[in-house]
Ligand binder design. Structure first.
Ligand code: COA
Ligand code: AMP
Length: 272
C-alpha cells in the first residue's frame, strides 16, 4: 500500500479572460512536484487557444487523512447515435434509483446549459434523486470534485486496461477517477455527464450498480451545451456534507475495477 501521509495537492487552471480553458490536479509527495508542474504547464500551453493566465496551487493536505478507494468498473458501451445513447443512460439512471422526472430534468438542464445564464457551469449540479430539485447554492458555480488522484500502480493498470479498449485520451482516465471519487460521496445515487466542449461528444453515466458506463454520443455534432448532474439521496446526506466531501476530502483511487466493452444494443447488460 502506498504511503499517503505527506501528500501535497498540486492544481493547475488555465483561463483566457473569464473563460476556463483547462485544469488538472494531482496528489503527490514533495519530490514529485516539479515534474507534475512541468506536465501541467505542457497541458496548459498545448490547447489551441493560448491562456492569458495559468494558476498553479501547491497545498499540503495538512492533517486531513486520505481515503483510499477502488475505481468504478468501466463499461464502454458502443451504442450508436444520440437517441440510443441517451436511452441507455436514462435506463441506467432509473435502475440506480433516480426518479424518471429527475432524469428528464437533468437532461433538460444539460441540453440548455445548466448555469443561471444558460451556459456551462463551473462545476456540477447536485440534484435530489427523487424530485430533481437542484440543491447547489450557486447555480452557475455548482460543486467541484477536487483533491483526488490515482495511485501510481492503479494509474499504470488503468492506462493499460483503457488502452486495450482503445481509450487512450487522458480525459477518460481523469473522468473515471473523478466519477469514482463522486461515487463514494455520502448519499450518492448516480451521476450523468457530458462535456460542454463542442468537439467532444462522449459522456458517461455512473452508479454503484452499473459502474462507469461510457457512451460515445451524448450530444449532437458541434453542440456546446453540457455539464454534470450528481444525484443524491437527501435522506442520507445534505448538500453541505456532499459539498465538503467532493471539494475537500482527499481521495486516492488505489485499485482499478473491471474494464470491458459491449457493442450496440447491449445497454441492459449495464444494469444486470
Ligand atoms: N471549470 C470552470 N472554471 C473553473 C474550474 C472548472 N473546472 N475550476 C476552477 N475554475 C475557475 C473558477 O472561476 C473558480 O472560481 P469559483 O470557485 O468561483 O468557481 C476559480 O477558477 C478558482 O477555482 P478553485 O477551485 O480555487 O481552483 P483550483 O485551482 O483549486 O482547482 C481545478 C482547479 C481545475 C484543478 C479543479 O477545479 C478541478 O476541476 N479538479 C479536477 C481535475 C481532474 O479531473 N483531475 C483528475 C485527477 S486524476
Ligand atoms: P468537462 O468534461 O471537463 O468538459 O466538464 C463537463 C462539466 O462538468 C463542466 O461543464 C462543468 O459543469 C463540470 N465540471 C468541471 N470540472 C468539474 C469538477 N472538478 N467537478 C465537478 N464538475 C465539474
Amino acid at each position: 500500500m502506498r504511503d499517503t501521509s505527506g501528500l501535497i495537492s498540486v492544481r493547475m487552471r488555465a483561463a483566457s479572460g473569464a473563460r476556463h480553458l483547462s485544469g488538472a490536479e494531482r496528489l503527490v509527495p514533495f519530490p514529485h512536484i516539479s515534474t507534475v508542474i512541468q506536465k501541467f504547464l505542457d497541458r496548459a500551453w498545448s490547447k489551441g487557444l493560448l491562456p492569458d493566465q495559468i494558476v498553479l496551487t501547491i497545498e499540503p493536505l495538512a492533517d486531513r487523512s486520505v481515503i483510499e478507494i477502488q475505481a468504478l468498473d468501466l463499461l464502454d458501451l458502443r451504442e450508436e447515435g444520440v437517441a440510443r445513447c441517451r436511452d441507455a443512460a436514462s435506463g441506467i439512471l432509473r435502475s440506480a434509483g433516480v426518479a424518471p422526472q429527475a432524469v428528464l430534468q437533468a437532461f433538460s438542464f444539460l441540453d440548455r446549459g445548466p448555469s443561471e445564464t444558460g451556459g456551462a457551469m463551473r462545476g456540477a449540479m447536485v440534484m435530489n434523486a427523487l424530485t430533481g430539485e437542484r440543491l447547489e447554492p450557486d447555480r452557475s458555480r455548482g460543486v467541484r470534485a477536487s483533491r483526488f488522484d490515482w495511485s501510481d500502480d492503479a494509474f499504470l493498470s488503468i492506462a493499460e486496461q483503457l488502452a486495450r479498449l482503445g481509450l487512450t485520451h487522458f480525459r477518460t482516465r481523469e473522468a473515471l477517477a473523478l466519477a469514482s471519487k463522486i461515487s463514494f460521496a455520502p448519499g450518492f445515487v448516480a451521476e450523468l455527464c457530458w462535456s460542454d466542449d463542442p468537439g467532444y461528444r462522449a459522456g458517461y453515466v455512473a452508479s454503484r450498480p452499473s459502474g462507469y458506463v461510457r457512451l460515445p454520443f451524448m450530444k449532437e455534432e458541434g453542440a456546446s451545451s453540457g455539464g454534470r448532474a450528481v444525484f443524491i439521496d437527501t435522506k442520507q446526506a445534505d448538500i453541505s456534507i456532499v459539498t465538503e466531501y467532493l471539494e475537500q476530502q482527499p481521495v486516492i483511487v488505489n485499485a482499478i475495477g473491471k474494464c470491458r466493452n459491449e457493442g450496440a444494443g447491449a445497454a441492459a447488460l449495464a444494469v444486470s
